[in-house]
Structure formats: C-alpha cells, structure tokens
Design a protein around this ligand. Structure first.
Ligand SMILES: *[C@@H]1O[C@H](CO)[C@@H](O)[C@H](O)[C@H]1NC(C)=O
Length: 364
C-alpha cells in the first residue's frame, strides 16, 4: 500500500529529476492520510493479545493443569467423590463467561450415594487454560478426550455441558462418541445456520433474541473478523449477554441471576481478555460449521447409553426452538422441556441432582 506506484519508470532507467520536497509532500499527503486511517482502523479491529496464565503480566496459575499434545494447558477442578472411589465419572463443560468452578452443583449426599466424580475444566481462553486462537467446533471435543485420558477416566465416561458448553456436547457426539457412556445437554446454544434446520424454525428462534443480540450473533457468523470491534465499540449496543442486560432474563432467571452474577470466582472467566474467551466462543459457536447435529446418528445403538437434552421453555438467552426441533428430528434424544424454566435452570435448587440422576440411572 505504501509503495509509490504512481511514478512512471523513466525510459533510460534514470530517476526523474528531483521535485522540490514541498510539492512532493503535498502530493503524498492524501495517500499518507489513507495509510494512517487504514492502520488506525486495523488497530481498532485487532484484539489485544491474550494475557496467558502463568506468564509475566498474565493471571497466576492456581489450579492443577494437564498438558495437551500441542503444548497447551487445561486447568481442571475435581468435585464429588475421589476419582478412585467413583462408580460414575462425569466431565462437565461450562458455558459462556464461566469457568471450571461453574460445575453442576451435585449435592454431596447424591455424590456419595451414587459414587459420582465430577471433572470440570476451563475451556481454552477461559480461567487458567491456555488460549487457543485456532479453536474450532471440533478441537474442544479432542481436548476433552485428551483430558479424560490424562486423568485416567477409562475407556468411557459421562459428559454434561451447559449453554455454550451444551453446544459442544453435539461436537463430542460427532467426534468422540465411542468414548461416551451418556450425555446431558443443558440449555445448549444453537447455531441458526446449521444445515437441515427448516427456515421457519431458525427464524422463529432468531426472533426470540433482542435486536442487539441478533446483531452480535450475525456479526460473529458473517464477519467474525469484526467480532472484537463490534463487542467493544460504543456506537451500537453489543451483545446483551456480555453486558448482563436484564431484558433477556425470564422471571425464573431473575431469581437465579444473583447467585450467578455475584459468584466469587466470576472474575476468572474473562481474566485473559474478552477476546479469547467470550468473542472466540461466539465466533466458533455461531460460525460456519461443516456439519449439523441434525445429521448425527444414535451414538448408543445398543441402548447402553442415553443422550438427554434439557431446555427451559422460557429461555430468553438461548431460544428453545432449535432444541425442540432437534429433539423431534433425533428420536434417540431424550428431551426434557421445563415449562417455567429460563436459561439458568441447572443452578436452581436441587436441579443438578435431578439432571445427574436421569443421566446415570435413566430415571423419568
Ligand atoms: C414450520 O413449518 C412446518 C411445515 O409447514 C410446520 O409443521 C411447523 O410447525 C413450523 N414450525 C415452526 C416453529 O413454525
């Protein structure tokens, strides 16, 4: 861009006579201004580098971590009964703007009674796990497999995931079904552009969102390179989920939001910067997928496992319509629609136990 292409080469290979420096600058001024503007714009679009945990200037590493084959670390948190005593091992995937401590709150009584061990981890870019700018809808499923092997969970294990982590359950069903004993998908984010979704179903779900989220989600899908700028600029309202906008809270969620918004570890979710955590989540979750959950085949054709899908009918953060449609299209999905629940139902009193019991024991 800065090359001086406006000059004609002189015939004899000789430089043209030097102009007076003043007129040279005057001629170049518009071009310099353009270069300056483009550079300025580029800087605005570029997210700052993530603050990598355990590096100078980055957040401290306080949790145990495993090292993946590509050198990245995943930080994890264990709960329930000790791993060696467990009858059931569940890997839990947290949602948007959350971290490893946002694991399902299974009661100690149920964990003891059934022998439940829970392993949760910071998804890449969150908490104390290394950022993964190359992450895709597939990579996190393979991360989980490596984590399970590093933690010696055995050939097969259970999975549960909430919200953005619920959407990742579909990826696990596609890429690592042979490793799974059963799956609980809780209020999963859906991608309006998955192939096989009827236009009216997508549109109905799309229209549940407030206008500013239609924009934020649309930008993440159509212009992912603009996601950072869109969600940090001040001209238009950005994602209402990032901003905790009460307009997207159902009555049931209003009651649960204080215990979610004020949890003491909340700061950990975005501590590497919003780009590698929140924005990257949107770019992957609403990005262009080469496959669709609607194409998935029954991962447990022999009946030795179950896929449970839970969604609140009054969810204003993640519209219920896509889950409803997927559950109708995939007869092997056991669908639980909660008529008065919003998005945060897994945090409601006693609900984690209900979800885990149905996953492990096949109740209901
Ligand atoms: C979409 O259209 C189909 C066929 O016309 C109809 O059966 C279905 O109920 C519609 N779904 C929604 C969510 O509007």
């Amino acid at each position: 861009m800065a090359a001086d292409s406006g000059k004609m080469p002189s015939a004899g290979g000789k430089a043209p006579p030097p102009k007076s420096s003043e007129s040279g600058i005057m001629k170049r001024l518009p071009r310099l201004a353009l270069v300056f503007l483009v550079a300025l714009l580029y800087r605005q679009l570029q997210a700052p580098a993530p603050r990598v945990p355990g590096t100078p200037g980055g957040p401290p590493v306080t949790s145990p971590r495993i090292r993946l084959k590509d050198g990245r670390h995943l930080a994890y948190h264990e709960s329930g009964v000790p791993r060696e005593q467990a009858r059931y091992r569940i890997v839990f995937m947290h949602g948007f703007d959350s971290c490893r401590y946002d694991v399902l709150r299974v009661s100690p009584e149920l964990a003891r009674e059934l022998g439940v061990y829970l392993l949760s981890f910071d998804r890449p870019g969150y908490g104390e796990s290394d950022p993964h700018p190359a992450r895709t809808d597939k990579s996190v499923a393979l991360d989980i497999e490596q984590l399970a092997d590093a933690m010696e969970l055995g050939d097969r294990f259970y999975l549960a995931g909430f919200s953005m982590g619920g959407e990742i359950m579909w990826s696990c069903l596609k890429y690592i079904p042979h490793r799974l004993s059963g799956v609980a998908i809780l209020g999963p984010v859906g991608n309006f552009w998955w192939s096989g979704l009827p236009a009216n179903v997508s549109l109905e779900a799309w229209n549940v969102q407030v206008a500013q989220d239609k924009w934020a989600v649309g930008v993440a899908h159509h212009a992912p390179w603009l996601t950072y700028w869109w969600n940090t600029q001040k001209l238009f309202p950005a994602s209402s989920v990032i901003a905790f906008n009460p307009a997207i809270m159902s009555p049931a969620d209003m009651e649960l939001i204080p215990s979610f918004a004020y949890r003491t570890h909340a700061y950990q979710a975005r501590q590497q910067g919003e780009h590698e955590s929140l924005h990257r989540d949107m770019m992957v979750g609403f990005g262009k997928w080469s496959w669709s959950p609607l194409e998935l085949e029954d991962p447990f054709p022999d009946g030795d496992g179950k896929v449970h899908l839970w969604h609140g009918a009054e969810d204003l953060i993640v519209p219920v319509g896509l889950s409803r449609h997927i559950s109708k299209s995939l007869p092997w999905v056991r669908y639980h629609e909660l008529p008065t629940a919003g998005h945060l139902f897994p945090m409601a009193d006693g609900m984690a136990d209900v979800i885990v019991k149905s996953l492990l024991l096949g109740d209901e």
